[in-house]
Design a protein around this ligand. Structure first.
Ligand SMILES: Cc1ncc(COP(=O)(O)O)c(C=O)c1O
Length: 425
Protein backbone atom coordinates (compact mmCIF):
# COMPACT_ATOMS: atom_id res chain seq x y z
CA UNK A 1 0.00 0.00 0.00
CA UNK A 2 1.70 3.22 -1.12
CA UNK A 3 1.25 6.80 0.07
CA UNK A 4 -0.25 7.83 -3.25
CA UNK A 5 -3.16 5.45 -2.84
CA UNK A 6 -4.16 6.64 0.66
CA UNK A 7 -7.21 8.87 1.08
CA UNK A 8 -8.07 10.97 4.12
CA UNK A 9 -11.70 9.93 4.41
CA UNK A 10 -13.61 7.75 6.80
CA UNK A 11 -14.99 5.77 3.86
CA UNK A 12 -11.46 4.95 2.72
CA UNK A 13 -10.44 3.87 6.25
CA UNK A 14 -13.59 1.72 6.45
CA UNK A 15 -12.86 0.15 3.05
CA UNK A 16 -9.26 -0.61 4.09
CA UNK A 17 -10.58 -2.18 7.29
CA UNK A 18 -13.08 -4.25 5.31
CA UNK A 19 -10.43 -5.70 2.98
CA UNK A 20 -7.78 -6.23 5.68
CA UNK A 21 -6.99 -9.98 5.68
CA UNK A 22 -6.04 -9.81 9.39
CA UNK A 23 -9.13 -7.85 10.49
CA UNK A 24 -10.67 -10.97 12.07
CA UNK A 25 -7.96 -11.14 14.73
CA UNK A 26 -9.36 -8.04 16.44
CA UNK A 27 -12.30 -10.11 17.69
CA UNK A 28 -9.82 -12.44 19.42
CA UNK A 29 -8.91 -9.61 21.85
CA UNK A 30 -10.73 -7.77 24.60
CA UNK A 31 -10.92 -4.16 23.45
CA UNK A 32 -11.39 -1.75 26.40
CA UNK A 33 -14.85 -0.21 26.33
CA UNK A 34 -16.13 3.34 26.68
CA UNK A 35 -18.93 3.96 29.22
CA UNK A 36 -21.62 3.54 26.54
CA UNK A 37 -20.21 0.16 25.48
CA UNK A 38 -18.34 1.33 22.35
CA UNK A 39 -14.80 0.12 21.68
CA UNK A 40 -12.05 2.50 22.73
CA UNK A 41 -9.48 3.41 20.12
CA UNK A 42 -6.59 1.66 21.87
CA UNK A 43 -3.23 2.71 20.46
CA UNK A 44 -1.10 1.80 23.45
CA UNK A 45 0.16 -1.70 22.63
CA UNK A 46 3.73 -0.35 22.88
CA UNK A 47 3.06 0.02 26.61
CA UNK A 48 0.60 -2.72 27.52
CA UNK A 49 -0.81 -5.08 24.90
CA UNK A 50 -4.47 -6.10 25.07
CA UNK A 51 -5.73 -9.35 26.52
CA UNK A 52 -6.43 -12.19 24.10
CA UNK A 53 -9.85 -13.70 24.84
CA UNK A 54 -8.17 -17.10 25.02
CA UNK A 55 -5.92 -16.03 27.93
CA UNK A 56 -8.58 -16.83 30.52
CA UNK A 57 -8.87 -20.44 29.30
CA UNK A 58 -5.11 -20.96 29.26
CA UNK A 59 -4.77 -19.60 32.80
CA UNK A 60 -7.90 -21.38 34.04
CA UNK A 61 -6.54 -24.67 32.79
CA UNK A 62 -3.61 -24.29 35.18
CA UNK A 63 -5.79 -23.03 38.03
CA UNK A 64 -8.06 -26.04 37.59
CA UNK A 65 -5.17 -28.47 37.46
CA UNK A 66 -3.69 -26.92 40.58
CA UNK A 67 -7.09 -27.12 42.31
CA UNK A 68 -7.52 -30.75 41.24
CA UNK A 69 -3.99 -32.09 41.56
CA UNK A 70 -1.96 -29.95 43.95
CA UNK A 71 1.69 -30.87 43.69
CA UNK A 72 0.91 -33.72 41.30
CA UNK A 73 0.36 -31.07 38.63
CA UNK A 74 4.11 -30.82 38.16
CA UNK A 75 3.92 -34.18 36.38
CA UNK A 76 0.22 -34.82 35.74
CA UNK A 77 -1.37 -31.51 34.78
CA UNK A 78 -2.69 -31.56 31.22
CA UNK A 79 0.42 -29.54 30.43
CA UNK A 80 2.81 -30.70 33.17
CA UNK A 81 4.40 -27.76 34.95
CA UNK A 82 7.89 -29.22 35.18
CA UNK A 83 8.56 -28.74 31.45
CA UNK A 84 5.79 -26.12 30.96
CA UNK A 85 8.16 -23.35 29.82
CA UNK A 86 9.31 -25.61 26.98
CA UNK A 87 5.91 -25.06 25.34
CA UNK A 88 7.04 -21.49 24.78
CA UNK A 89 10.36 -22.32 23.19
CA UNK A 90 9.32 -22.90 19.56
CA UNK A 91 6.88 -19.96 19.37
CA UNK A 92 9.44 -17.60 20.92
CA UNK A 93 12.21 -18.92 18.66
CA UNK A 94 9.99 -18.20 15.63
CA UNK A 95 9.22 -14.70 16.90
CA UNK A 96 12.83 -13.61 17.25
CA UNK A 97 14.40 -15.72 14.48
CA UNK A 98 16.29 -18.10 16.74
CA UNK A 99 17.03 -21.80 17.09
CA UNK A 100 15.18 -23.55 19.87
CA UNK A 101 18.36 -23.94 21.91
CA UNK A 102 18.77 -20.16 21.90
CA UNK A 103 15.62 -18.93 23.67
CA UNK A 104 14.06 -19.28 27.06
CA UNK A 105 11.09 -17.70 28.84
CA UNK A 106 12.12 -16.61 32.31
CA UNK A 107 12.04 -13.80 34.89
CA UNK A 108 11.39 -10.24 33.79
CA UNK A 109 13.31 -8.00 31.43
CA UNK A 110 15.65 -6.02 33.68
CA UNK A 111 16.48 -9.18 35.62
CA UNK A 112 17.41 -10.94 32.37
CA UNK A 113 19.57 -8.03 31.23
CA UNK A 114 21.48 -8.30 34.50
CA UNK A 115 21.83 -12.08 34.21
CA UNK A 116 23.13 -11.72 30.67
CA UNK A 117 25.61 -9.06 31.71
CA UNK A 118 26.91 -11.28 34.51
CA UNK A 119 28.03 -13.64 31.74
CA UNK A 120 28.77 -11.27 28.88
CA UNK A 121 30.00 -8.05 30.45
CA UNK A 122 33.39 -8.97 31.91
CA UNK A 123 35.26 -5.65 31.79
CA UNK A 124 39.03 -5.30 31.83
CA UNK A 125 41.19 -2.20 32.20
CA UNK A 126 41.57 -2.06 28.42
CA UNK A 127 37.99 -2.95 27.51
CA UNK A 128 35.40 -1.73 30.00
CA UNK A 129 32.96 0.46 28.08
CA UNK A 130 29.32 -0.15 27.27
CA UNK A 131 27.74 1.59 24.29
CA UNK A 132 24.06 2.48 24.58
CA UNK A 133 21.76 4.89 22.76
CA UNK A 134 21.15 8.26 24.46
CA UNK A 135 17.65 8.37 25.89
CA UNK A 136 17.48 4.63 26.44
CA UNK A 137 14.77 3.37 28.79
CA UNK A 138 15.76 4.35 32.36
CA UNK A 139 15.79 0.77 33.67
CA UNK A 140 18.43 -0.10 31.04
CA UNK A 141 20.52 2.89 32.06
CA UNK A 142 20.27 1.89 35.73
CA UNK A 143 21.14 -1.72 34.91
CA UNK A 144 24.17 -0.77 32.82
CA UNK A 145 25.46 1.85 35.24
CA UNK A 146 25.09 -0.49 38.20
CA UNK A 147 26.94 -3.26 36.32
CA UNK A 148 29.76 -0.83 35.53
CA UNK A 149 29.98 0.25 39.19
CA UNK A 150 29.71 -3.35 40.35
CA UNK A 151 32.93 -4.09 38.48
CA UNK A 152 34.68 -1.07 40.01
CA UNK A 153 34.44 1.26 37.00
CA UNK A 154 32.83 4.65 36.66
CA UNK A 155 29.79 5.20 34.41
CA UNK A 156 31.15 8.69 33.64
CA UNK A 157 34.00 7.07 31.70
CA UNK A 158 32.65 3.60 30.96
CA UNK A 159 29.14 4.35 29.65
CA UNK A 160 29.22 5.73 26.12
CA UNK A 161 25.95 7.20 24.89
CA UNK A 162 25.35 7.77 21.22
CA UNK A 163 22.91 10.56 20.42
CA UNK A 164 21.30 11.98 17.30
CA UNK A 165 23.19 14.82 15.63
CA UNK A 166 22.17 18.28 16.74
CA UNK A 167 18.78 19.18 15.26
CA UNK A 168 18.01 15.52 14.38
CA UNK A 169 15.78 13.07 16.23
CA UNK A 170 17.21 9.72 15.08
CA UNK A 171 20.64 8.24 15.52
CA UNK A 172 22.43 7.67 12.22
CA UNK A 173 23.75 4.17 11.70
CA UNK A 174 26.92 5.58 10.17
CA UNK A 175 27.54 7.45 13.45
CA UNK A 176 27.21 4.18 15.38
CA UNK A 177 29.63 2.54 12.92
CA UNK A 178 32.05 5.41 13.28
CA UNK A 179 31.94 5.36 17.09
CA UNK A 180 32.52 1.62 17.20
CA UNK A 181 35.39 1.92 14.74
CA UNK A 182 36.93 4.70 16.86
CA UNK A 183 36.43 3.37 20.39
CA UNK A 184 35.69 -0.30 19.72
CA UNK A 185 38.82 -1.64 21.35
CA UNK A 186 37.62 -0.22 24.66
CA UNK A 187 34.01 -1.32 24.23
CA UNK A 188 33.12 -4.57 25.95
CA UNK A 189 29.41 -4.45 25.18
CA UNK A 190 27.18 -2.72 22.65
CA UNK A 191 23.64 -2.78 24.00
CA UNK A 192 20.92 -0.87 22.19
CA UNK A 193 17.14 -0.90 22.42
CA UNK A 194 16.10 -2.74 19.23
CA UNK A 195 13.39 -0.08 18.93
CA UNK A 196 13.97 2.97 21.12
CA UNK A 197 11.04 3.34 23.51
CA UNK A 198 10.90 7.13 23.13
CA UNK A 199 11.56 7.90 19.49
CA UNK A 200 10.32 4.63 18.00
CA UNK A 201 13.57 4.32 15.99
CA UNK A 202 14.42 0.73 15.00
CA UNK A 203 18.13 0.05 14.72
CA UNK A 204 19.94 -1.80 11.96
CA UNK A 205 20.60 -5.03 13.86
CA UNK A 206 22.83 -6.87 11.35
CA UNK A 207 24.97 -3.86 10.49
CA UNK A 208 25.53 -2.86 14.12
CA UNK A 209 26.25 -6.45 15.12
CA UNK A 210 28.79 -6.76 12.33
CA UNK A 211 30.45 -3.47 13.27
CA UNK A 212 30.65 -4.54 16.93
CA UNK A 213 32.02 -7.98 16.11
CA UNK A 214 34.66 -6.47 13.83
CA UNK A 215 36.00 -4.88 17.02
CA UNK A 216 35.45 -7.98 19.19
CA UNK A 217 32.60 -6.37 21.16
CA UNK A 218 29.67 -8.37 22.49
CA UNK A 219 26.51 -7.06 20.77
CA UNK A 220 23.13 -7.24 22.47
CA UNK A 221 19.67 -5.75 22.10
CA UNK A 222 16.82 -4.94 24.47
CA UNK A 223 13.82 -6.08 22.45
CA UNK A 224 11.08 -4.70 24.74
CA UNK A 225 9.69 -2.68 21.82
CA UNK A 226 10.85 -5.00 19.04
CA UNK A 227 9.59 -8.49 19.96
CA UNK A 228 6.24 -9.08 18.29
CA UNK A 229 6.69 -5.79 16.42
CA UNK A 230 9.55 -6.32 13.93
CA UNK A 231 10.61 -9.34 11.90
CA UNK A 232 13.74 -10.47 13.70
CA UNK A 233 16.51 -12.88 12.68
CA UNK A 234 18.68 -12.88 15.78
CA UNK A 235 20.49 -16.11 14.96
CA UNK A 236 21.39 -15.17 11.39
CA UNK A 237 22.30 -11.64 12.42
CA UNK A 238 24.72 -13.21 14.89
CA UNK A 239 23.51 -11.14 17.86
CA UNK A 240 25.20 -12.33 21.07
CA UNK A 241 22.25 -11.96 23.44
CA UNK A 242 18.90 -10.23 23.69
CA UNK A 243 16.13 -9.89 26.23
CA UNK A 244 12.54 -8.71 26.03
CA UNK A 245 9.39 -8.32 28.08
CA UNK A 246 6.14 -9.87 26.98
CA UNK A 247 3.52 -7.37 28.11
CA UNK A 248 3.82 -4.93 25.18
CA UNK A 249 3.42 -6.27 21.65
CA UNK A 250 3.35 -9.83 23.05
CA UNK A 251 0.14 -9.27 25.04
CA UNK A 252 0.97 -11.55 27.97
CA UNK A 253 -0.33 -9.19 30.64
CA UNK A 254 1.25 -6.76 33.10
CA UNK A 255 4.62 -7.92 34.44
CA UNK A 256 4.34 -11.27 32.67
CA UNK A 257 7.23 -13.68 32.16
CA UNK A 258 9.97 -12.30 29.89
CA UNK A 259 12.19 -13.85 27.22
CA UNK A 260 15.87 -14.20 26.58
CA UNK A 261 18.06 -15.12 23.58
CA UNK A 262 21.61 -16.41 23.86
CA UNK A 263 23.35 -17.18 20.58
CA UNK A 264 24.07 -20.87 20.11
CA UNK A 265 27.84 -20.38 20.18
CA UNK A 266 27.48 -19.13 23.78
CA UNK A 267 24.37 -21.07 24.77
CA UNK A 268 26.09 -24.43 24.24
CA UNK A 269 29.12 -23.43 26.26
CA UNK A 270 28.45 -24.61 29.80
CA UNK A 271 31.77 -23.17 30.98
CA UNK A 272 30.60 -19.57 30.66
CA UNK A 273 30.41 -18.09 34.18
CA UNK A 274 26.87 -17.19 35.21
CA UNK A 275 24.66 -16.83 38.22
CA UNK A 276 23.37 -20.32 38.90
CA UNK A 277 20.05 -21.68 40.07
CA UNK A 278 18.46 -25.11 40.10
CA UNK A 279 16.24 -24.54 37.04
CA UNK A 280 19.32 -24.02 34.86
CA UNK A 281 20.73 -27.36 36.03
CA UNK A 282 20.92 -30.40 33.75
CA UNK A 283 17.38 -31.80 33.63
CA UNK A 284 18.44 -35.45 33.89
CA UNK A 285 20.08 -34.90 37.28
CA UNK A 286 18.30 -31.83 38.68
CA UNK A 287 16.25 -33.83 41.16
CA UNK A 288 19.21 -35.72 42.54
CA UNK A 289 19.65 -32.50 44.45
CA UNK A 290 23.45 -32.62 44.26
CA UNK A 291 25.56 -29.71 45.50
CA UNK A 292 27.30 -28.94 42.17
CA UNK A 293 25.74 -27.10 39.28
CA UNK A 294 25.81 -28.54 35.76
CA UNK A 295 24.37 -26.09 33.25
CA UNK A 296 21.86 -27.12 30.58
CA UNK A 297 23.77 -26.58 27.29
CA UNK A 298 21.24 -24.09 25.90
CA UNK A 299 19.70 -20.72 26.81
CA UNK A 300 17.81 -22.66 29.50
CA UNK A 301 21.09 -22.93 31.37
CA UNK A 302 20.63 -19.34 32.52
CA UNK A 303 17.36 -20.07 34.34
CA UNK A 304 17.43 -19.65 38.09
CA UNK A 305 13.98 -20.51 39.43
CA UNK A 306 11.00 -22.56 38.40
CA UNK A 307 8.86 -20.11 36.42
CA UNK A 308 5.39 -18.74 37.19
CA UNK A 309 3.07 -21.14 35.37
CA UNK A 310 0.12 -18.72 35.44
CA UNK A 311 2.23 -16.09 33.75
CA UNK A 312 3.67 -18.58 31.26
CA UNK A 313 0.09 -19.71 30.46
CA UNK A 314 -0.88 -16.13 29.62
CA UNK A 315 2.14 -15.82 27.34
CA UNK A 316 1.23 -19.09 25.60
CA UNK A 317 -2.24 -17.76 24.79
CA UNK A 318 -0.66 -14.85 22.97
CA UNK A 319 2.26 -16.52 21.21
CA UNK A 320 -0.09 -19.19 19.87
CA UNK A 321 -1.89 -16.38 18.03
CA UNK A 322 1.43 -15.06 16.69
CA UNK A 323 2.31 -18.56 15.45
CA UNK A 324 -1.02 -18.69 13.64
CA UNK A 325 -0.67 -15.31 11.93
CA UNK A 326 3.11 -15.12 11.34
CA UNK A 327 5.27 -12.04 11.77
CA UNK A 328 5.57 -11.33 8.02
CA UNK A 329 1.84 -10.75 7.62
CA UNK A 330 1.70 -8.70 10.81
CA UNK A 331 4.60 -6.58 9.73
CA UNK A 332 3.06 -5.89 6.31
CA UNK A 333 -0.12 -4.63 7.98
CA UNK A 334 1.86 -2.72 10.59
CA UNK A 335 3.76 -0.82 7.90
CA UNK A 336 0.49 0.06 6.18
CA UNK A 337 -1.13 1.23 9.45
CA UNK A 338 1.84 3.37 10.48
CA UNK A 339 2.08 4.71 6.91
CA UNK A 340 -1.60 5.66 6.96
CA UNK A 341 -1.22 7.41 10.32
CA UNK A 342 1.79 9.30 8.99
CA UNK A 343 -0.12 10.27 5.84
CA UNK A 344 -3.11 11.64 7.81
CA UNK A 345 -0.90 13.63 10.19
CA UNK A 346 1.37 15.01 7.46
CA UNK A 347 -1.61 16.06 5.42
CA UNK A 348 -2.69 18.39 8.23
CA UNK A 349 0.54 20.35 7.65
CA UNK A 350 0.52 21.64 11.23
CA UNK A 351 3.43 23.22 13.06
CA UNK A 352 1.84 22.32 16.41
CA UNK A 353 3.45 18.89 16.35
CA UNK A 354 6.11 16.96 14.50
CA UNK A 355 6.71 13.25 13.94
CA UNK A 356 10.16 12.40 15.32
CA UNK A 357 10.11 8.70 14.40
CA UNK A 358 12.12 7.87 11.25
CA UNK A 359 10.16 8.23 8.00
CA UNK A 360 11.76 5.11 6.53
CA UNK A 361 9.51 2.11 7.43
CA UNK A 362 12.64 -0.06 7.75
CA UNK A 363 13.76 2.16 10.64
CA UNK A 364 10.64 1.96 12.74
CA UNK A 365 8.05 -0.44 14.10
CA UNK A 366 4.39 0.20 14.86
CA UNK A 367 4.98 3.29 16.99
CA UNK A 368 5.02 6.90 15.86
CA UNK A 369 6.22 9.48 18.39
CA UNK A 370 4.80 12.96 18.03
CA UNK A 371 6.50 15.95 19.60
CA UNK A 372 3.67 18.25 20.69
CA UNK A 373 4.64 21.88 21.21
CA UNK A 374 2.04 23.01 23.74
CA UNK A 375 -0.33 21.35 26.21
CA UNK A 376 0.53 17.85 25.02
CA UNK A 377 -0.24 16.18 28.34
CA UNK A 378 -3.68 17.88 28.50
CA UNK A 379 -4.36 16.81 24.91
CA UNK A 380 -3.44 13.19 25.70
CA UNK A 381 -5.81 13.30 28.70
CA UNK A 382 -8.58 14.87 26.60
CA UNK A 383 -8.20 12.10 24.00
CA UNK A 384 -8.44 9.48 26.75
CA UNK A 385 -11.72 11.03 27.91
CA UNK A 386 -13.04 10.47 24.39
CA UNK A 387 -11.91 6.84 24.50
CA UNK A 388 -8.72 7.34 22.46
CA UNK A 389 -5.85 5.77 24.38
CA UNK A 390 -2.23 6.60 23.58
CA UNK A 391 0.47 7.69 26.00
CA UNK A 392 2.49 10.65 27.09
CA UNK A 393 6.18 10.77 27.94
CA UNK A 394 7.62 13.92 29.48
CA UNK A 395 8.55 16.48 28.39
CA UNK A 396 6.72 16.61 25.05
CA UNK A 397 6.10 13.19 23.49
CA UNK A 398 2.82 11.59 22.48
CA UNK A 399 3.46 7.94 21.59
CA UNK A 400 0.95 6.20 19.36
CA UNK A 401 1.11 2.58 18.19
CA UNK A 402 -1.43 1.03 15.83
CA UNK A 403 -0.91 -2.68 16.52
CA UNK A 404 -1.65 -4.94 13.54
CA UNK A 405 -3.19 -7.76 15.58
CA UNK A 406 -6.09 -5.70 16.89
CA UNK A 407 -6.04 -2.17 15.48
CA UNK A 408 -7.76 -1.12 12.28
CA UNK A 409 -7.39 1.61 9.68
CA UNK A 410 -10.56 3.09 11.17
CA UNK A 411 -8.83 3.33 14.58
CA UNK A 412 -6.04 5.27 12.91
CA UNK A 413 -8.50 7.56 11.14
CA UNK A 414 -10.47 8.30 14.32
CA UNK A 415 -7.28 8.98 16.27
CA UNK A 416 -5.96 11.43 13.65
CA UNK A 417 -9.32 13.22 13.44
CA UNK A 418 -9.61 13.60 17.20
CA UNK A 419 -5.99 14.62 17.69
CA UNK A 420 -6.17 17.28 14.98
CA UNK A 421 -9.41 18.57 16.40
CA UNK A 422 -7.94 18.67 19.97
CA UNK A 423 -4.97 20.61 18.56
CA UNK A 424 -7.43 22.83 16.66
CA UNK A 425 -5.62 22.14 13.42
C1 LIG B 1 13.03 -0.66 26.68
C2 LIG B 1 12.64 -1.16 28.03
N1 LIG B 1 13.58 -1.75 28.81
C3 LIG B 1 13.28 -2.21 30.05
C4 LIG B 1 12.00 -2.10 30.55
C5 LIG B 1 11.72 -2.60 31.94
O1 LIG B 1 11.02 -3.79 31.90
P1 LIG B 1 10.80 -4.70 33.21
O2 LIG B 1 9.99 -3.90 34.18
O3 LIG B 1 10.03 -5.86 32.69
O4 LIG B 1 12.13 -5.05 33.74
C6 LIG B 1 10.98 -1.51 29.77
C7 LIG B 1 9.62 -1.39 30.28
O5 LIG B 1 8.74 -0.77 29.74
C8 LIG B 1 11.33 -1.01 28.48
O6 LIG B 1 10.42 -0.42 27.71
Amino acid sequence: MSLSSFEATKDFAAAMTACDPLAGYRSRFHIPQMPGGKDCVYLCGHSLGLQPKSTRDYVEQELNDWERLGVEGHLHARNPWLPYHELLTEPLARLVGARSSEVVAMNSLTVNLHLMMVSFYRPTRERHKILIEANAFPSDQYALKSQIRHHGYDPATSLVEIAPRSGEASIRTEDIDELIAREGEQIALVMLGGVNYYSGQAFDFPRITQAGHARDCIVAFDLAHAAGNLCLELHDWDVDFAAWCSYKYLNAGPGSIAGCFVHERHAKNVEIPRFEGWWGHDKQTRFRMGPDFHAIPSAEGWQLSNPSILSAAALRASVDIFSEVGMERLRAKSEALAGYLEFLLDRAGSSKFSIITPRDPAQRGAQLSLRVKHNGRAICDALAEQGVICDWREPDMLRVAPVPLYNSFLDVYVFAEKLLSALRV
